[in-house]
Design a protein around this ligand. Sequence first.
Ligand code: ADP
Ligand code: ASP
Ligand code: MG
Length: 403
Amino acid sequence: MVKKVLKFGGTSVGSIERIHHVAQIIKKEHDEGNQIIAVVSAMAGKTNELIDLSKKIEENFDKRELDVLLSSGEQVTCALLAGALIKLNLNARSWLNWQIPILTEGDHSNARIINMSIDKINNFLQENGVVIIPGFQGISKDGLVTTIGRGGSDATAVAVAKIFDTDCCEIYTDVDGVYSTDPNKIPVAKKIDKISYDEMLELSSLGAKVMQSSAVQTAMMYNIPLEVKSTFTNREGTKIFERENIDYSKSVTGVAYSKDDAKITLVGVEDKPGVAANIFEPLSKAQINVDMVIQNISSDEKTTDITFTIKRDDLTKTKEILKQNKRIKYKNITYNNKVSKISIVGAGMVSTPGVTFRMFKGLAEKKINILAISTSEIKLSVIIDEKNTVEAIKQLHTIFDLD
Ligand code: ADP
Ligand code: ASP
Ligand code: MG
């Protein structure tokens, strides 16, 4: 007998018809003798709809109550799916965040799952029961409802796999696996059969929302193998596991992109020791994450230009902090929030020279200007004008043989 976590994303439970379809998948797995814990997202679009409702009351809606509101989406799908399974004569039951309970730590809307009680649920599984759990939420030690960040049902699934020590964790979604890039954006994208945790972590942190990055991080930390597969086809999915299990014939595994960055340049900054620390210290205190930094050498050796990137949502706050910063002197601030970040990721990069050059040359051939660059062992990211996003992804896809 195999104990499985099956996670169903928003599109997979997006209508009553689809919930019936998911119930059939679970029934088949259960009929084969497996113990099933299903983790469900809210119906597609529901979480955004709830956020919009809160904004109609107040733009800065109370964080505690926002979590109460947002967690309701998953409760609805839990009950509907359990009902659909009961209709199929299965002994199914939903267990809400406080009933389990799913204990979390950390701020509202950004909490982390730290534990769950397993005995009652394990007993129910032993009695042939099917368990349905809401993704994306928990309760704090003070008993307050919390949510764990957008896309967080993936993290719930991985936490359940770890805490209940299941044999596998399958992520059912609306595409049949992880692709070399978003298949809904670039139709020639190719499905990847196997990918390592670290590559998947880079891809998801850099914009591939098919897996939530903190879920991949937990899976990597505890060595929990994942499989991403389609709710709507029977094709093989993508397996995510340790790098040792994969042969690398290509230098680049995938291309990710995101449009949530902004670029700021401080022009004519007085160039003296400590200036960079003086710029970035107040930003870090305000929890603003700086991603790429470029400092130009000045021709007069007195001033320099410093460019850096941040999340687009933090732009207004960053500009305010810079303006109020009396410890730095500069001539002007310019900014650009119509940029996108394009990244190539691949564990094969470590052993292949010339990847950087090929990327830059490929973009130059398409007359795409690079505004900032950052690298790590297995990724290379560039900031470009947002309007060139699709062309850049296509070009990199071709250059690195991913079509
Ligand atoms: P779910 O609601 O099932 O969690 P998501 O919408 O969060 O699904 O993630 C699936 C989507 O991720 C796909 O529809 C696809 O558009 C997008 N996506 C982005 N990058 C990739 C990629 N490299 N491979 C597969 N899908 C990707
Ligand atoms: N419903 C939540 C969201 O839309 C969590 C999830 O779907 O994973 O972000
Ligand atoms: Mg998702």
